[in-house]
Design a binder for this molecule. Structure first.
Ligand SMILES: NC(=O)c1ccc[n+]([C@@H]2O[C@H](COP(=O)([O-])OP(=O)(O)OC[C@H]3O[C@@H](n4cnc5c(N)ncnc54)[C@H](O)[C@@H]3O)[C@@H](O)[C@H]2O)c1
Ligand SMILES: [Zn+2]
Length: 359
């Protein structure tokens, strides 16, 4: 199969390639130079050596491989300090590049490192999880967590290249595939049209059908790239990507982040589909449930305390400086392919929507 390329039309634009030859994509986009590879303890042993060898044989100088422990705990200030100090000791120079080889954690940390190390070095995103391929590697948001909250530190960066090789997903645990599919379902519902129809490919993609998987990855990247080109810094329409996430984040916080993100967003979408039904007199709840079931995701979050989730929702609202407003702002679906953002939802309604998916 030939590689597919999607261009993210920001300035300067950058390509996102999907295919079996990331090395050709790298050679097309960048001249060889000194570089380092950032990866995690699961992905590194699988793919970092081959990446290093291929870069070296293409004329790059790999000054080192920095491996962080796999998991969200590595997206913190301590890990950041550790990584940049290791890069400094390895002698990575200002004209160097950083390859972020891994899931969203490596991408978010690596992106922030590349944005700040020596005031900014070139970044190449090599997403290896489905979530990273379809969502986090595209769009330029990077983030670090603080004990006070997730993604409280960050910067927008424009990578020189994002290159995804779907073959990497063969080693991704099934639960992580479902996690990524939560974002695919979300974007398919937001996009409508052919993307939405192709959500029917989800069972085939989960069963390992490479063509189905690739189609869903490409739909997602094209959709996200289009929205990012329109509204890179989330002044407006990019907010639609938060569908299912307003309540999803509240569920995650109420569970002290023990709930997988995909599961939280799945239940969040069901709750927000309920709100959409009340507001727009459409009923997409069954559709949501069928798609999420096909993706191997739960439709509810039993065991989560409704009060704790409601409290988290209210705290989240404060962060968006909407203190003056009595109500919450949601992305709702008027229909498939017809999202509306900034919809005011009263506190009681929000409480009811949470109640419908917890307990
Ligand atoms: N920047 C953004 O726009 C954005 C968007 C969504 C999510 N995020 C962030 O992304 C992170 C979640 O990303 P994630 O779900 O990829 O998590 P992750 O990076 O922790 O990866 C999930 C797990 O899969 C493993 N893994 C990754 N690729 C693998 C492969 N090919 N084979 C075997 N194992 C593999 C990882 O080691 C990890 O254990 C969160 O921190 C979230 O905040 C950022
Ligand atoms: Zn998400």
């Amino acid at each position: 199969m030939a590689d597919d390329t999607v261009e993210v039309r920001v300035s300067p634009p950058y390509p996102v390639t999907v295919g079996e030859n990331v090395y050709r994509s790298i050679a097309d986009a960048l001249d060889p130079r000194p570089c380092a590879i950032l990866t995690d303890s699961n992905v590194g042993p699988l793919y970092a050596a081959e990446l290093g060898r291929s870069l070296e044989s293409a004329g790059w100088t790999v000054v080192g491989v920095v491996e962080i422990p796999a998991g969200e705990a590595s997206k913190g200030v301590a890990a950041y300090e550790d990584v940049v100090r290791r890069l400094a000791r390895m002698g990575l120079t200002r004209d160097g590049a950083l390859f972020a080889l891994g899931g969203g954690v490596v991408g978010d940390l690596g992106g922030f490192v590349a944005a700040t190390y020596m005031r900014g070095i070139e970044l190449v995103m090599l997403p290896t999880s489905l979530l990273a391929m379809v969502d986090s590697a595209v769009g330029g948001k990077t983030g670090l967590d603080l004990p006070e909250g997730k993604n409280l530190i960050g910067a927008f960066v424009r990578p020189a290249l994002v290159a995804a090789e779907p073959g990497w997903l063969r080693t991704l645990p099934e639960a992580e595939v479902s996690n990524g599919l939560a974002e695919v379902v979300k974007m398919g519902l937001l996009a409508g049209g052919r993307f939405f129809e192709d959500l029917a490919l989800i069972p085939a993609a989960r069963a390992g059908d490479a063509v189905a998987l690739r189609a869903l990855i490409l739909h997602s990247i094209r959709f996200k790239a289009e929205i990012v080109a329109e509204d890179e810094r989330e002044g407006g329409r990019r907010a639609i990507l938060n569908y299912g996430h307003t309540i999803g984040h509240a569920l995650e916080a109420a569970a002290d982040y023990a709930l997988p993100h995909g599961s939280a967003v799945a239940a969040g979408m069901v709750a927000e589909a309920g709100l959409s039904a009340e507001r727009f007199n459409t009923d997409l709840t069954n559709l949501h449930e069928e798609l999420l079931e096909a993706a191997g995701l739960p439709r509810r979050s039993p065991g989560i305390d409704a009060e704790a989730a409601h409290l988290a929702l209210s705290r989240d609202k404060k962060r968006t400086a909407e203190d003056g407003r009595a109500d919450h702002r949601f992305v709702l679906l008027r229909d498939v392919g017809l999202p509306v953002y900034g919809v005011a939802v009263g506190d009681d309604e929000a409480r009811r929507a949470i109640g419908a998916v917890v307990g």
